[in-house]
Design a protein around this ligand. Sequence first.
Ligand code: T1G
Length: 693
Amino acid sequence: MQTVTLTRQGQVAIATLHNPPVNALSAALRADLLQALALALADSDVVALVIAAQGKAFIAGADISEFGKPPAPPILPDLLAAIENAAKPVVAAIQGVALGGGLEVALACHARVATPAAKLGLPEIKLGLIPGAGGTQRLPRLIGATKAFPMMLSGEPIAAQKALALGLADKLVESDAVGAAVALAQELAGKGAPSKTGERADKLTAGDREAFEALAKDALAKSGDMPNAMALIEAVRGAFTLAPAEAHANERALFVKLVADDRSKALRYAFFAEREAAKVPGLDESAKPRPIARAAVIGAGTMGGGIAMCFANAGIPVTLIETTQELVDKGLERVRGTYGFSVKRGSLSEAARDERMALITPHVGLDGAADADIVIEAAFEEMGVKQEIFGTLDKIAKPGAILASNTSYLDLAEIAAVTSRPADVLGLHFFSPANVMKLLEIVRPAGTAADVVATALWLGRKLGKVPVVVGNCFGFVGNRMLAQRTRAAERLLIAGALPHEVDAALTGFGFKMGPFAMSDLAGNDIGWRTRKSLGKTAAVADALCEAGRFGQKTGKGYYLYPEGARTGERDPEVEALIARISQEKGVTRRSFTADEIVARLMDPMVNEGARILEEGIAARPGDIDIVWLNGYNWPAWRGGPMHWADSVGLDVIARRLQAQAAESGDASLEPAPLLRRLAAEGRGFSSVKAAAA
Ligand code: T1G
């Protein structure tokens, strides 16, 4: 047995799992655990068995990388049946996370001992699945469906203390879970045949069923469009309506169907892509993060305040700097107000709010950054302004301090060039609202030191972000691709589509908002200012701004917002303006289907993604997908633009781009060389291996 060690304490055998890094239930671990169980049951000197684990996790669940491959025996349900039907008591000693199949192993045991560090959960819903090894049966039988169903629907783990209160854990011990489990196992051995969770029925009362059905109805109203929400309800309902064996078979059938569903495949792909993104090819392994005890943020606007909140939320003191007392007070008030919403919603206690506010020190003047280990500039998006700030910071900041800009598309090398320490300069691109959006683009100009990048990766995780290291170019990864979608959306208006049709096509694809509603929300003048600074034009977008139609903040943009409404209404004036521009350009307008709109918006984005890969701006296609999943609300169950492109077929996308390039005369729509090559070879982006940045 490679992954399980069998030892003895008195008459109790102990099977200790060691399958680093998180004891995922690989085929080898399942086989070794079954063998250890058989040895313990066959040994007449052994009266009971404890299942324990080495490392930070008890068991992190099934081995997600095995899904989609033919299941190797013993499949998990069979292993769990062997545990539950054992003639001798089996007790789980849970010292870390017991998730998914890991908790299902513990549920098949006859008792469970946990330490305070343990967390117990069934997160399968987050992978587009449901528990597939008895979780939807044994958990309701142990704690009642009214408690079990919300745990499985949210996928969030619970702490050991709460597990004890629910009856999910039998004992909570400060440490030595194994010792306590051995004692409990010995005790159970003297009480005859062990009681099987899967056969308990005392919690599944009529009242529990009624309460569960009410929760199920509410869940369907909220996420009925996800197949696994419905499957979870059907599986749990089986605990009330079917005999145990049938109910387990019903759960398994529902689970196996979901494993094959493209939405689950996309979520499982994203799980690994997010972890891969943290590995920067070519980054010096010996580079260690610099200590970050104090931060400073320059600019107390929406972004600066949000970034300061990220540090305060992570317990890192931060100085929030502005040019005048009035501006810094205003910025601090905005932060206090944002925390106030969380307190009102009940997601933050008043004490926690006060603690976090106390970590944010307002200050007027850049000298406030003198003692910071990292300074993040979030000032006006103009190169001159940024260079002036960095030139001054260079004289104020202490040696070794990292100087970062939150710029969303400007050249970090040009910013670094005005300092005497370019190796300490990089981009930390947060996404608005900075205290909410997960994505952090770590923009790495050529001269940035390896330990500065390592520090940024560490800081990203410390702030609870999803960090992705990207190269230094206009718009980096996300905004560079977004610019393509924005141009495509403008082209569609001129070719014949209307704003509400384009927006509806994207919300139908799974986005929360379409490009025009989003632009009205953010302010059409932002893009207008950028285009003017770059000497670019967009006929419809410019015409709206010239008419003062900046969006919600002016009551009208692509849509009308009567009396400050948050949802726009179609505006005949805008539609007449668009038709007039088409005419001026000699374009005969035509209608577009939702599928055509999606293709015309997404294909140019994917094409830009291919160029980004060719230039080494992103190390791998998965990094691009993680950027879009965490920074732009790309629908999670579609896996990101590059994963989506593979699902469409790169040959299809290449052909559509060629047709668009011919139709529009815009050569930039021709397929990028990488896209063309992969299409010709019948490959997908998933076959592209990571390249050193
Ligand atoms: N399978 C395979 N690999 C896994 C894994 C898993 N379940 N969990 C983690 N890893 C790898 C991960 O890819 C990374 O690899 C390394 O372990 C460290 O992970 C039948 C069907 C446990 C809280 O959804 O939530 O059971 O990059 O960086 O931040 O009903 O990993 O080092 O090569 O995340 O300390 C249900 C998923 C599965 C839990 C640890 N279980 N894992 O977090 O480390 S489905 C889950 C996590 C299932 C049953 C169903 C976290 C963690 P590498 P990490 P971490």
